[in-house]
Each structure stands twice: as structure tokens, then as C-alpha cells.
Design a protein around this ligand. Structure first.
Ligand code: NAP
Ligand code: GLV
Length: 312
């Protein structure tokens, strides 16, 4: 019987049961046990979201670690986990679409000044506000992977001029795709809306900071659904205070949940979402998790096993 050590929200029992039921639909013998339980000692698989990695490391029978999300930074963090153990991530078209909806909504909120109208309603002000001309607007999407590639196509479909930036060159019809530091700066300089969908790695840590914000056009919009550590939050606040960044829409933070005393809450032109842009859907993700467990049992490499040396 495959025993899976589970941790998400402190191995919340309801969540664990929900995942176990979903997984059993694809692999009836699977049994989920809390990461901090004696049974976990015999687990060959761990299913994890932001787990205490020191505990994971003590489980000597583990043959695979599976992320409960598309990102794996929470597993690779601080190089605690043995380099040899395969790490598998979820890659789900449901999540990519869900992110695409969130990004499109954020972009449209900027262009149509939704928050300005909400403020006018408070004073019963009935008057048109300035609308940005979408035909001359340029949107940069940093990270054109499983999620970003869906986002760029959908934004293009909405009629926008979209640019992509990634580590390796992409060829996507109708999208100008770039790689490299110089093109990163070019996009920062020439685009009006900047969307971060990058994974957190050594290279992307703090990538949005005072010097990169300063390269952006005055009045730019910044949207982050990658990871909080990619943004120097104090620098973002400063640039939003000055109006250099006219609107920032955030879904991820350096510390989550976002602490009550974070200055991000106070800044009128920073909008806060609680890491929900693309939530993992147990219904759609269960099949691939069950399949990954079967692969490991059969001595095969599961699909979506990450390349450890890339860090994502
Ligand atoms: P992915 O398929 O691995 O795509 C990552 C993209 O970033 C790829 O295009 C990759 O380039 C590019 N990239 C990585 N390092 C780079 C660098 N140093 N310079 C330039 N480009 C770089 O990942 P994904 O599944 O799309 O997910 C992306 C991230 O979204 C996740 O890691 C996670 O942090 C975040 N996420 C957030 C939520 C949420 O709800 N907020 C939900 C899911 C995921 P290549 O294509 O050349 O490899
Ligand atoms: C969510 O942030 C994920 O990585 O899936």
C-alpha cells in the first residue's frame, strides 16, 4: 500500500482527507498520513506545500517529493533536501487558465481604472475617467512557461500587444519573445504593464527592485503572481508612493500570510490578493499526482520532474 506523507496547512486533517479521496479515485490503495506521524517513516512519497524541510529530510524511505503547486521553491529552499531525490511539480491547464483570468482581470482593471470608479462611488461622483488607449499599450510578461505561455496568448486574444521574456527562446505566434539581460531592460523601458510569472530562483530573487522599477516608464502598472521574494517590497512602496508605478497588483509576498504590519496594506495604489491567482485544484491535479506515484513504484521518472540544477 503506497503511504504518502502529507503536509499542507500543517497537515490539516480535512484537507488531507480531501486529497486522499481524490487520489484514491485514481489509485485506490493510496493512503495519506501526516508528515509528523510515525507512519510517515515508511512513506516513499511526500506530498508537500511549504512543509518543514528538516522533518522531510528525516524520512529515509522517501523516493519522490511532490509539490502541491506548480512552484517548487518551497521544496528547494535553503538546499535542505538531498539533491538526488526527484522533485515533481503539478502542471495543470486549469491553473494556467485560472492565472490567465486573474491577469486579464488585473490588466483590465488598470486600463479601465476600476479602482478610480470604486472611489468615485464612495462620493456619489458620476463622471467618466481617463481611459488608456489599448491599441498603443505594451504588455511585458516575464516568465513564459506553462502558465506564462497561456497568459501571453490570452492577452493577445484580447487585442493587446504582448511581449514575453524567458530563459530560453520561445516561438509563439504573434508574441515578440526575448531572452537575456539586455532585452529584460528593453522590456522594462518600453512596456506599460509588467507581469511577473517567474519561478523563484537565485537568478530571479529580488529581480524587481529600485533600479528595475526606475527603468520602467512613469505611470507603469506592475503585477506580480510569481513569488514575493522576486520583489523588494520597500522599493515597490517607494515607487508607488511617488506615482512612478501608478498601480501594483500583488498576489504573492515575501512573508505569507502578509503580516498585518506590512506597509503594503497601507498603500492606496497597491492592491492585495491573498495568493489565490491560480490555486491548486485537487480534482484536476489528483490524476497526475497518482500517476507520479505509480511511476516511482515502477522505477520510472514521473512527468514534470524538475531539473534540479535549474532550480525550477
Ligand atoms: P514554468 O513552466 O517553469 O515557467 C517558468 C518560466 O520562467 C519559463 O518561461 C522560464 O524560462 C522562465 N524563467 C525561469 N528562470 C528565468 C530567468 N532566470 N530568466 C528568464 N526567464 C526565466 O513555471 P510555471 O508553471 O509557468 O509557473 C511559474 C511560477 O508561477 C511558479 O514557479 C510559481 O512561482 C508561480 N505560481 C503562482 C501561482 C499563484 O497563485 N500566484 C500559481 C501557480 C504558480 P524557460 O521557458 O526558458 O525555462
Ligand atoms: C502556487 O503558488 C503554485 O506554485 O502553484
Amino acid at each position: 500500500m503506497p503511504i504518502v506523507a502529507f503536509y499542507s496547512n500543517n497537515s490539516n486533517p480535512d484537507l488531507q482527507n480531501q486529497w486522499e479521496n481524490r487520489l484514491q479515485a485514481h489509485y485506490p490503495e493510496i493512503s495519506l498520513v501526516p508528515l509528523f506521524s510515525d507512519q510517515a517513516e515508511s512513506a516513499i512519497t511526500a506530498l508537500l506545500w511549504k512543509a518543514p524541510l528538516e522533518r522531510v529530510n528525516t524520512l529515509k524511505n522517501l523516493k519522490v517529493l511532490i509539490s502541491l503547486g506548480q512552484g517548487v521553491d518551497h521544496i528547494l529552499k535553503d538546499n535542505i533536501i538531498d539533491n538526488e531525490i526527484p522533485v515533481v511539480r503539478i502542471v495543470d491547464t486549469f491553473m494556467a487558465k485560472s492565472m490567465s483570468h486573474w491577469v486579464a482581470m488585473s490588466v483590465l482593471n488598470f486600463i479601465r481604472d476600476t479602482f478610480g470608479y470604486y472611489n468615485q462611488q464612495k462620493n456619489k461622483t458620476y463622471k467618466p475617467r481617463k481611459e488608456i488607449n489599448f491599441t498603443t499599450l505594451k504588455i511585458a510578461v516575464y516568465g513564459v512557461g506553462e502558465i506564462g505561455s497561456v497568459v501571453v496568448k490570452d492577452l493577445k486574444q484580447l487585442g493587446f500587444k504582448v511581449y514575453g521574456w524567458s530563459r530560453t527562446k520561445k516561438n509563439i505566434a504573434g508574441i515578440d519573445c526575448f531572452i537575456g539581460e539586455d532585452k529584460f531592460k528593453y522590456l522594462l523601458k518600453s512596456c506599460d504593464i509588467h507581469i511577473c510569472l517567474l519561478p523563484l530562483t537565485i537568478q530571479t530573487n529580488n529581480i524587481f527592485n529600485n533600479s528595475t522599477f526606475k527603468i520602467m516608464k512613469h505611470g507603469s502598472c506592475f503585477i506580480n503572481a510569481g513569488r514575493g521574494e522576486q520583489v523588494v517590497e520597500e522599493d515597490l512602496i517607494e515607487n508607488c508612493q511617488s506615482g512612478h508605478i501608478s498601480l501594483a497588483i500583488l498576489d504573492v509576498y515575501r512573508v505569507e500570510p502578509l503580516p498585518k504590519n506590512s506597509r503594503l496594506w497601507e498603500q492606496e495604489n497597491i492592491k492585495i490578493w491573498p495568493h489565490v491567482a491560480a490555486e491548486t485544484n485537487p480534482e484536476t491535479a489528483a490524476k497526475q499526482i497518482a500517476n507520479a506515484i505509480k511511476c516511482i513504484e515502477n522505477g520510472k521518472i514521473p512527468p514534470n520532474t524538475i531539473e534540479r540544477k535549474l532550480g525550477y
